[in-house]
Design a protein. Sequence first.
Length: 472
Amino acid sequence: MVLCAYRLIDPGSEWRLHREWYDKSAMGDLLKEDFALVAKDNLYRCLDKLVEHKVALFSFLQERWKDLFGVTFDVLLYDLTSTYFESDPPFAAGDKRQFGYSRDKRSDCVQVVIALVVTPEGFPLAYEVLSGNTSDKTTLKAFLEKIQLQYGKARRVWVMDRGIPTEETLEEMRQEKEPPIQYVVGTPKGRLNALEEALLKLPWQEARPSVKVKLLTQDQELYVLVNSQARVSKERAIRRRKLKKLWGRLKELKEQRPSYEALLMKLGAAKEAAGRVWSVVEVTLPQAPPTQKGRQQRIPDFEFALKKKKLREVFKREGRYLLRTNLKESNPAEVWEFYLQLVEVEEAFKNLKGDLAIRPIFHQLEQRIEAHIFVCFLAYCVQVTLRHQLKSKAPGLTVRQVLEKFGRMQLNDVHFPTTDGRELIFVRYTQPEKDQQLLLSQMNWELPAQSPPQITAKGELENGYRPLAGRA
């Protein structure tokens, strides 16, 4: 409980919890526990025992969320992320800390991959910590089996981004009949190119205001080409900004006339910054000097021009993306809305890495690394539960704002000396302010009763525990 609350309220290392945070908080008074609870070895022993209860805990939480919020768990969002370590390999054989594709853009660091399944409301159903060099497309099959084993067979719709499912896995999902396993998945641009001729013949249909779709049935699947005006505006603005920046950089390099080697380095940096926009610009370099000395001298010039045909193609495809599904629903808007819900799993990763500070990870033992990630997920479960309670009872407030509001309350020790040399100690929390009282009323929360007074015996409390004079 303490590890989870600490991660939710003021995340940091277990060492900081042991040396600083517990003393300054009111946790000891609320739990009626002394400092031994957060002794360093106790915290680490607790981590060693946590992970074995992961499956049972998520099964319990699924039932609890059903009762509290009526969550159905029939639409599952699946995605992966990574978190890195500033550690020095090599590690023991089989260690999950490996080099791999880094979503944090830290390819210089070892990492682990975290695969996560959440509902469209953000409730996590399961997660796994995988080796840092795990390929996304190798993970889905095991997760399908994991969910069926833990929660039983049921009709579920899996929503994923492109790059996660393989054609083999999708075929197996289509063949499953009792119950059916359905999916909505994004597709790479190469498949859009392959189907472009067939899609051109089809009319646009309005799925939502400013959202048009084309439907193509092929090989037991429905392909949905989506044209979103909001996404068109967003992608067009990004492309214009990057192209303007790239064009200005190329003009600067043309005026600087750097050496051939320096030019190649600077063009490489410009290409990385421009991303896909680089494909609409053609750069013509002078012939490479034959000698090392020549490559270090200023070049006479280089040319660059806009690829107008390529730009027209990019312009035409901005805001368009292709989805594929084996859903039988005739309403294309439903397929599109399923895919949009993927932002919820991205939000979960954002909270884990941001508000709950899954990094930095200070542990060196693999089992404690997994336990640390488990504690982060426990805190996320509390966070998402509170978020949904706030949604219905105090809309407009975030979980962090609520924690900050109640963080202003203090728990104080009030000392009264007695005539026989002892002290009478009252542990009292400050009365809630108006906004705190309003929130307590909205959420139907009640503060605990003020604790009874304590009396010292020869300068010490009778139970041997003396809390600090003021705690938040």
